[in-house]
Design a binder for this molecule. Structure first.
Ligand code: SF4
Length: 205
């Protein structure tokens, strides 16, 4: 069998054509995520909002500007990290993503994580946090990295939380300032095994 390495662009193309849940009906543009692959830092938010749905890019509204400021505080740009969401299409009126929508979209995120092979995933908000920290309170565990198998996960508030409630701003800022030291302490992991696709059936006649 010939192993075919799928790329992050292959995943993005599938996301853009996906009709696996009802969110496809209201989207203008799906938002697969963007950034280098592989890379050390991966950020996972909740779902696209108005501006993301218009542009097909993650975190391009006010929360995205704040995320860029937070990255700047640790001498990073958004071009150096991978940014995506748990659901790739905008929930109507920016409502919370439903469990069945997150479940339908989960395989895309799984494959992105495998291809990006980050040293650490930063979850932004409750919904991405709950993928790893089920039943936990973000107020209690934010800023405390935990290892799941070979993967470190660092829960943070969503940047939009700071835009709505000033008291969250200093908490998010302080959590981001921990990231460089945490990154420096994490040993590099083995690169991911290639994802195999069934070989193409050759036409014999
Ligand atoms: Fe497909 Fe995910 Fe969009 Fe639902 S949210 S249609 S599963 S890409």
């Amino acid at each position: 069998m010939i192993a075919v390495q799928r790329s992050i662009a292959d995943v993005a193309a599938e996301v853009r054509a996906c009709q696996n849940c009802s969110l496809c009906r209201g989207r203008k543009l799906a938002v697969p995520g963007e950034g280098p692959a592989p890379c050390d830092l991966m950020f996972i938010g909740e779902g696209p909002g108005f501006h993301e749905n218009e542009q097909g890019r993650p975190f391009v509204g006010a929360a995205g500007k704040f995320l860029e400021q937070l990255l700047g505080s640790i001498s990073l740009t958004r071009q150096q990290v991978f940014i995506t969401n748990v659901v790739k299409c905008r929930p109507p009126a920016n409502r919370d993503p439903l469990p069945e929508e997150m479940a339908a979209c989960a395989s895309f995120l799984d494959e992105q994580i495998a291809l990006i092979n980050p040293k650490i995933i930063v979850t932004l908000g409750r919904f991405s946090m709950a993928r790893w920290f089920q039943g936990e309170s973000i107020s209690r565990i934010h800023g405390q990295p935990r290892k799941f198998g070979s993967l470190w996960v660092f829960p943070c508030f969503h940047p939009a939380a700071a835009l709505h409630q000033e008291r969250f701003r200093s908490l998010i800022e302080a959590d981001f300032l921990k990231l460089p030291d945490i990154l420096a302490q994490i040993e590099p992991e083995e690169p991911p095994a290639p994802i195999e696709e069934p070989p193409q059936q050759l036409a014999l006649f």
